[in-house]
Design a protein around this ligand. Structure first.
Ligand code: SF4
Length: 335
């Protein structure tokens, strides 16, 4: 069955009620499956998962889990990364159509052509890439360690950074590196969170902290606002989604403006129930993440779908770059 012909109609009425929770838990137990959910998943999916986190934390859990099956409630490149790290495990994604516009912004062929223009350059890829692109990569990075990774590369080596232009601009600014080329990719959700919107919200909430994911179109604006003294620099925090949860527990602010996909708000409210969290753009919802519905999760467990395969040769070539990311990433990282 191809991605376009999946029929979820028999499950379309499935609600996240007590019977659904019981069946999901029972089927997961019988299948020896661990349920992993990304921070941008629907609240009911986050709540039933064994682990909720960012892509780096979930990759680590996938690699170390003793379960024979991984149900990855996230987008396809994340499930692929789990398969690259654990080729002997069965990896399922509840709906294989859950892609990522950022990962789709560069193909393996495009990267090979770019490398040919810059022989000898070191390729640094953000984790939001396909297995084929990871196989062409020297080192994968997360938003937490991207600056350190690029800074660790000898100054005379050219760097090709991909696929996100906003994260790339952040890294270039932080490292001051001139010989760094940045692919012009973007996530349609994060790019939609823009500077003027952030400035307006920050002005209307002068006491609020600002939690900003570096993939956001507004990350540069946030640093500009801080630099100009329009927003106090200590209020602006550029954070991965994992670090947002840590920072939510530590903040002294009564309210926080959050610039990333809106699913994140659910985890933040759970982490710090006394803090008021609001989205900078409450339309910033990733339709791919939201394809993992309660119905799709149940179908995945009942029918053993959709299994994720990565060609073994591609996986072998990609594994080194991903393992380096896992080894040097700080706790909390990635999208
Ligand atoms: S929010 Fe953007 S980067 Fe994240 S999965 Fe969706 S499309 Fe990809």
């Amino acid at each position: 069955m191809t991605a376009d012909t999946i029929d979820l109609t028999p499950y379309s009425g499935v609600e996240a009620d007590a019977a659904w929770r019981d069946e999901v838990r029972e089927l997961a137990r019988r299948r020896d499956a661990v349920l992993l959910a990304h921070n941008y998943q629907l609240p009911e999916i986050q709540d039933i998962a064994d682990h909720t986190g960012d892509s780096l934390a979930l990759s680590r859990i996938a690699a170390s889990s003793s379960a024979s099956t991984i149900i990855f409630c996230g987008v396809h490149f994340m499930a692929e990364t789990a398969k690259i790290l654990s080729p002997e495990k069965t990896v399922l994604i509840p709906d294989e159509r859950a892609g990522c516009s950022l990962a789709d912004s560069i193909t393996g062929a495009e990267l090979r052509a770019w490398k040919a223009e810059h022989p000898g350059a070191v390729v640094v890829s953000y984790v939001n890439t396909t297995a084929e692109v990871k196989a062409e990569t020297d080192i994968c990075c997360t938003s937490s360690n991207a600056v350190d990774v690029v800074a660790s590369i000898p100054a005379d080596r050219e760097v090709l950074f991909l696929p996100d232009q906003f994260l790339g601009a952040h890294v270039k600014r932080e490292t001051g590196r001139e010989n760094m080329h940045i692919w012009a990719g973007e996530c349609h959700v994060h790019a939609g969170i823009n500077g003027p919107e952030l400035a307006e919200r920050a002005a209307a909430n002068p006491e609020a902290d600002l939690f900003i994911h570096p993939e956001c179109g507004c990350a540069t604006s946030a640093l500009y606002l801080a630099g100009e003294g329009i927003v106090a620099p200590e209020r602006v925090k550029i954070l991965s989604t994992g670090d947002m949860v840590t920072q939510a527990r530590a903040t002294k602010a009564k309210s926080v403006l959050v610039a990333t996909e809106i699913g994140m708000i659910h985890q933040l409210r759970k982490a710090a129930p006394d803090v008021e969290f609001a989205a900078v753009n409450d339309r910033a919802s990733c339709r791919y993440m939201k394809m993992i519905t309660p119905a799709a999760l149940l179908r995945s467990l009942r029918e053993n779908r959709d299994e994720v395969h990565v060609d073994p040769e591609t996986a072998a070539r990609a594994r080194g770059a991903v393992q380096r990311m896992i080894e040097i990433g700080q706790p909390g990282g990635g999208e």
